[in-house]
Design a protein around this ligand. Structure first.
Ligand SMILES: [Zn+2]
Length: 269
């Protein structure tokens, strides 16, 4: 273990392409026989972290000679957009503000500039998840913008049934698995845009309109893992997550009946 860490640091010093206070991003040249799993094992990286750093709207396909990015230590980067505060960014990763400030060498009042990279260490993510016994986790930190049920469709203007709940959040916000399961779809799906479907023994969970995927089909995902980033792909009028639940008869269910009260998910920042 110590030797592997030492090698990693040597790689970091020699091959790193960018250095910040908080992490280094090194490059790995894909060899024939490399798979996502073998690369993740070498660098002791969760698959979802690797896919987030090497993300695209379509499933990642490795080929010899390709260069992939490896973060060290493990974690995610959020690029500051207009109006973002460090407090909000911490909330969006369900992480502790002080821990994120320390990881990035930031001091109060945490002045940020647009485009600045904020590093979220893997171990800090989800520490502030609000969970209730028997309930799912909130898949994204945001405001409900459309409920399950009959509504006027925001694009067609016609009455239509809304099969899930919409949660508005800025582009690039992390999306978390509400429940553990196996990824049954990861990619384009018509009006859903870039969509992930995760199935457990009794239900299927759909996450729609993503900007990026952090999972692949067949992957086993744990509750609370980052699975993608918020976007506005497919039939969408702005960045939000469409979260939908289907039972074994493929009937949709109201997600709010299975989620904790949104008022409790996190203290207001
Ligand atoms: Zn929706």
């Amino acid at each position: 273990m110590r030797f592997r860490r030492f090698i990693l640091w040597v790689f970091c010093l020699c091959l790193c392409s960018s250095i910040s206070f908080s992490y280094v991003a090194l490059r790995h040249f894909v060899n024939s026989g490399d798979t996502i799993e073998t690369i993740c094992r070498i660098y002791q990286l969760p698959v979802s972290v690797f896919l987030d750093w090497n993300r695209s709207g379509s499933p990642l396909k490795l080929s010899p000679g390709m260069v992939v990015t490896i973060p060290f230590p493990s974690g995610y980067v959020y690029r500051v957009a207009e109006g973002n505060s460090l407090s909000w960014i911490s909330c969006s990763f369900f992480a502790d503000l002080n821990a994120i400030a320390a990881a990035n060498g930031l001091k109060f009042p945490y002045t940020l500039r647009i485009g600045q990279e904020i590093f979220i260490p893997y171990g800090e993510i989800g520490r502030k998840f609000y969970s209730e016994p028997g309930k799912l986790l909130w898949p994204v930190y945001g405001e409900i913008s459309s409920l399950y049920g009959n509504r006027v469709h925001p694009i067609t203007g016609l009455k239509a049934f809304h099969a899930g709940v919409d949660i508005a959040a800025p582009e690039g916000s992390p999306i978390f698995a509400s429940a553990s399961g196996t990824v049954s779809h990861a990619g384009e799906n018509g009006g859903y845009g870039i969509m992930i479907e995760i199935a457990d023994a009794t239900q299927k969970y759909r996450y729609g309109h993503l900007s990026a995927l952090c999972v692949t089909v067949g992957q086993n995902v744990k509750r609370g893992e980052v699975i993608g980033r918020v976007g506005s792909t497919g039939d969408s009028t702005g960045p939000h997550l469409h979260f939908e639940i289907r039972n074994q008869k493929n009937e949709t269910l109201d997600p709010l009946s299975q989620l904790p009260n949104i008022k409790n998910i996190y203290p207001k920042h």
